[in-house]
Design a binder for this molecule. Sequence first.
Ligand SMILES: [Zn+2]
Length: 487
Amino acid sequence: MPFGPARIAATNRYAEGRGSRHHPVTIGIPDRTWRDATELAIPAHRVYPLAAQDAVLYLDSIGRGGMLSNRLCVFRIGCPPAHCPCLTRACLATSSDPMLSYDRDLTMWATQTLTAKDTMSRILIAECKQEVSTFNPAPSRYEDFRVVKGADLLDFHYNTREEVGGALSVFDAAADVELVPSYGASSNTSGGVLAAESFNRLLHDYSSAIATARDLNTIDAAYICLHGAMQAENENDPEGALLHQARRILGEQIPIVVSVDIHGILTDRMLQLADAVVVYHTYPHIDFYETGVRAATLLLKILRDEIRPVTARVKIPTLARGDEMITATGAVGECIRKAQEIEAGVDGLAAGVMWGNPFTDVPELRSNAVVVMDGDEEAAQTLALDLAQRFWTHHEKMQVPLASLQDAVQQAAAVAAGTVVMMDAADATSSGASGDSNAILREALHQGYEGTILAPLVDQAAVEFAFRAGVGGSFRAHLGGAVDGQR
Ligand SMILES: [Zn+2]
């Protein structure tokens, strides 16, 4: 048994005295004051501070076609009028009942309206996804991200089949959920380590968006969509830092559920800060949307006090790539099917294995088995250990037998007909590499290979030469090592 207790970690946010998410709203009998209205420059003729002093009721008579109706709004004290929800969003309710002109009736009406309103759960949505390769010397930058903020985050994801889109489908089907979109950043392509100033900007913009969302709403829960394989020049655990900011701003009380890629790196800090982590079940990835559905379903169960998630994680000392990691056909598929069985079973909430991205060279890079159960910490640990052992059983098979470059070119030359594909997986731009290695091409030339070669190479200068030469033209240039001079 390769996994001792030191590698088994369990987190139970509820057991640590957190996880109570109730935010009672108390409406006091009006302690009438005009001061707040004056300070906020609201043309109110009645202002009613709430007992909690965190919101103000505002009654205004507005004329509509000769009729007077009374409008009741809620906004946050200290909230500048330009950002006041009353001015930017629909008011809570409108009534043309003339009896509302009496304070007593107004208070009752306000109480009923607010009580009804408060049964709504406000779920904050945030996203930040990037996978990097530490070995690419060209840093990635903020400009490499697709960034959407506020309502645009929802608009974007209603048209995609990604995790946030899947989560929205669950939240939208719930009548008592109101969405609070904050910030979404997703890198357009994988690349080198994120430049320090870019990560600082990303963290700042993400944190500011969450803080603004919190200032305008009472946030009851958060769904945060991450990839998990980021690294910044100044931070080896960017996802942990993002979750830390979310916790700092939103507090310890609300549930936060996170979704991550199977290639993500599950750090101790992420485990401690999230109520539950939900992992993809497929590679190649075809369950983005479904992962969002699973994460959102779990979050709603926490929000409705139906479950108390506890998480167990087992660290597995492997880094694996190759065909055995294809979930439908490879050896790892057994672990995935077991994880799905756990999720579908009694008390199962989420389960998966993550084998990380070997090119994100950070201290906590490893494989992990993770299981989230309802209340049963012991079961979570037993099942996580079982997943880890199943994974470990196959670790020797996961060591891909590779031919040397010399042998590979010789084998290719021996093929009489058809196309031979040679793959330099370590130089795949889709995994963040620079894509400018000329190793295969060089060996083929060295051996005098006589076939036609299609060799994709990232090299801007050579491309410019090619454009200048035109179709059918020829030119001489250095090829390869354009981004990574070590190649
Ligand atoms: Zn992945």
